[in-house]
Design a protein around this ligand. Structure first.
Ligand SMILES: Cc1ncc(COP(=O)(O)O)c(C=O)c1O
Length: 398
């Protein structure tokens, strides 16, 4: 047994939790007290005690005024990236911000102009498309190719399609979701090198969102885009945080690593103009504690969530023959196709919330073509997973 008891059922209802207290508003449910939330990507687990202690210490003084950064945080980020992912960054390449979506948005503003095309590999984390559109840029989709083997879905990059999109005159940027949310792909070195070659050839700037990099299943190894594409140092950046793997998203602290000096200055110009630099000092304390004192938590977290995912996949195989499911290589998100189990025209959102009583991200949030899919969040207790899957089966058998 590890240090953390992931089976502990922590009551989050009534705490202002988006995941638990947002159900009524988000899903139009009148009384959500019996609904299991498996939507937004946060985990129902306590943080590592080292993080809890760092946060408590950070607020102990009861003066919460302006602060300089927490000493040692940049070094902790460099060390984490080097030790775990062989990405040899320098502290002066790093800049911090309130969140990874904010970092992606700043990149869109810094490196593209209104009317430019920004590529996404759909179906993908929907805030990417939202921020592209909100900034008057154009979404260019390079959809991933779906294959199926005995009910297990798998997604690949169709490099012909990808290159065709990159080669278009208006294509200026790729937002790479690495690992991919919601499809659970952890891109291989070979795939990432190919992405690097194609984007360099066509002058497409790469923003690699690596927020899920720590969460990998089994023997899967995460590979960092910049680590295997040093030739892209002048035309790429990465952004990440400790918020998924250490469950500290509410502390609003993330970082971008931008090796090229001019690119870094441009990005900082944008965050400065938006008055959106830095991130919270409590978040910095939490990240620092996570990266320097609590690495073991990631392994325990991955092992526990990995078992949850195996349970879900096996359950589907054994009990739900018409359901197709991804066995993710990374992230704690599970993409499930229930098209064949629901009547045509049924809204998956209503079906999941009202009939199954498990709230998931409906596939259509990720794109019109994914109406029959849902994304389930496996970062909860095993007891919730078992109950959710039983509810799924009962509703589908009705
Ligand atoms: C790929 C991806 N990027 C960014 C985020 C959100 O990051 P932040 O809360 O730091 O803006 C998420 C959250 O689920 C995500 O999945």
């Amino acid at each position: 047994m590890g240090k953390i008891n992931f089976d502990e059922q922590i009551i989050r209802r009534g705490t202002g939790s988006a995941k638990w207290d947002g159900l009524e508003g988000m899903f139009g449910i009148e009384d959500a007290s019996d609904v299991i939330p498996m939507w937004v990507a946060d985990a129902d687990f306590k943080v590592a005690p080292e993080i809890g202690e760092a946060v408590k210490k950070a607020v102990e003084l009861e003066i919460y005024g302006y602060k300089f950064g927490v000493p040692g945080t940049m070094e902790a980020i460099v060390d984490w990236q080097s030790r775990r992912y062989a990405f040899e960054a320098k502290t002066e390449w790093i800049t911090t911000i309130t969140g990874v979506v904010a970092a992606v948005t700043a990149a869109v503003q810094a490196y593209t102009n209104e009317g430019d095309g920004v590529i996404i590999q759909s179906p993908v984390y929907y805030p990417f498309a939202n921020t592209i559109k909100a900034n008057n840029r154009v979404v260019m989709e390079a959809p991933l190719k779906e294959t199926e083997n005995d009910g297990i879905l798998h997604y690949e990059i169709d490099f012909d399609v990808f290159e065709e999109v990159c080669a278009k005159e208006e294509a200026k940027m790729l937002i790479l979701c690495s690992p991919h949310n919601p499809l659970g792909r952890v891109w291989t070195e070979e795939e990432l090198k190919k992405i690097g070659e194609i984007t360099r050839k066509h002058g497409v700037f790469v923003v690699s969102d690596e927020i899920h990099s720590d969460i990998v299943m089994g023997d899967t190894k995460f590979v960092s885009f910049l680590a295997v594409n040093p030739e892209s140092y002048d035309s790429a950046m990465m952004c990440s945080s400790a918020s998924k793997s250490f469950n500290i998203a509410g502390l609003h602290y993330a970082y971008a690593i931008i090796p090229n000096e001019e690119n870094l200055a441009k990005y900082k110009g944008v965050t400065g103009r938006n008055s959106a630099s830095s991130g919270s000092y409590v978040g910095a304390e939490a990240l620092s504690a996570a990266y320097t004192k609590a690495e073991y938590y990631v392994d325990e977290f991955n092992a526990y969530v990995g078992e949850n995912i195996n349970y879900m996949v096996n359950f589907v195989k054994e009990n739900l023959p018409k359901v197709r499911i991804v066995k993710p290589e990374g992230t704690y998100l599970v993409w499930v196709d229930i098209t064949q189990m629901i009547e045509e025209g049924t809204d998956v959102n209503r079906f999941m919330a009202d009939e199954v009583k498990v709230a998931c991200d409906p596939g259509y949030w990720f794109g019109e073509s994914y109406k029959g899919y849902v994304r389930m969040n496996a970062a909860t207790t095993k007891a919730n997973i078992v109950e959710a899957m039983n509810r799924f089966k009962a509703a589908l058998e009705k």
